[in-house]
Design a protein around this ligand. Sequence first.
Ligand SMILES: [Zn+2]
Length: 173
Amino acid sequence: MRMVRSSIPVQRICAVERVDENAFQQQNMMQVVTQDNDGQLHTMYILCKNVNALNQWLSSIRKASIYNERMLPSFHPGAYRSGKWSCCLQSNRTVLGCSRTHSAVTLGDWSDPLDPDAETQTIYRQLLQGRDKLRSVSARILANLSLIGLYEAGVYSADNLECRARLSLNVIC
Ligand SMILES: [Zn+2]
């Protein structure tokens, strides 16, 4: 059993975006920005095992948080290192993001790269017993999805997110 180091409620998510490869010298990283009760923004960086996992997690978490209030219009695709953002070189850590978030892009501009049916099957295939039943409960599962961190350094593994999603599915089914 893996230890759960931290988790965040889906309703606190205000951006889900990719991270530049050069930010951490890592491919397939994403970031989840959350807002706490005091309005402070926090960024969780998550390392995915491959590009397919990255796309699945981006898509799933975006769908789960699509009705959240206060989604951010912009974000930093880089990381804050040595006193500046690696993306825009600005030194103010809390300065407005330099890139538009996907939620700021109009619906016409943005298309989900994934086939929703294939995605659902991939993510939940181990528990797939009936597609119709799965479709009807998947919205509730996503609402229950919590993000679980692996590393205290601020880099998180998507493997654990998947475990938690399966756990939620088990409970609901
Ligand atoms: Zn930036």
